[in-house]
Design a protein around this ligand. Structure first.
Ligand SMILES: [Zn+2]
Length: 222
């Protein structure tokens, strides 16, 4: 039974990974979180992640991944690079190898901590073309991690096939709707909760929220 086991959640303090954190708390006896510091444009992201873990009483490890910025300067780490997405191209927020590296380091940490379950909020539905958010990549990496460390990791991706409205529903079903809505940071401009409303991350989050609230309203009217 998963209930008796321990999981490590890859955690950024955003809507998706916070929903995954609540999901993991329901699924596993013991849950820890790991956040990666790669000189995010907004240091606030790390504070938000720490505050959420403190509030939920989740042991939290922050790993330094600043080398990622050395390898791949991009719009999430450099304020002089604009957040853009050209038709048919990856958005400027894409960092080559990010999920590969994050999940690999999370796996090393998990093994040290005696956990074999890894939870990540990657999602193929809204994936903006990020190749390392695809289900086939996660399954391939799972096999590679198991072979590389001779260990039986299981990577869980509870959001893989959900759209943003369904992710809000999951948070609601986990009794975490208000928490996720008011305490997480998704906005590229570093504004907590509903955000700036203008950046691509805010637009995606808000469109999903509005769709979900419509669905919920409709079901309550019945
Ligand atoms: Zn925003």
């Amino acid at each position: 039974m998963l209930k008796n086991e321990k999981a490590i959640v890859v955690f950024s303090g955003g809507q998706d990974s916070t929903t995954c954190l609540f999901w993991a708390m329901q699924q596993f006896k013991e849950v820890e979180a790991v956040t990666f510091n790669y000189n995010q444009r907004h240091k606030l992201e790390l504070d938000v992640a720490s505050d959420i873990c403190k509030e939920l009483n989740i042991p939290h490890t922050i790993l330094d991944m600043s080398l990622l910025n050395q390898l791949a300067p991009n719009a999430l780490t450099r304020s002089d690079i604009e957040i853009t997405q050209e038709e048919g191209e990856l958005p400027s927020t894409f960092v080559d190898g990010r999920n590969l590296l994050f999940l690999s380091f999370a796996a090393v940490l998990a093994k040290q901590k005696g956990a074999r379950h890894l939870v990540t909020g990657v999602c193929e539905t809204d994936f903006s073309g990020y190749p390392d958010c695809r289900d086939v990549f996660i399954k391939s990496l799972n096999v590679t991690l198991n072979l590389s460390m001779d260990y039986s990791f299981v990577i869980h991706t509870p959001l893989m096939w959900l759209d943003k409205a369904e992710t809000w529903k999951m948070a609601d079903d986990l009794n975490a709707f208000e928490f996720v809505r008011t305490k997480t940071l998704t906005c590229y401009n570093g504004i907590i909760a509903d955000g700036c409303g203008e950046c691509p991350a805010c637009k995606l989050r808000r469109a999903g929220l509005e769709r979900y609230l419509e669905m919920r309203g409709a079901s309550q009217d019945v």
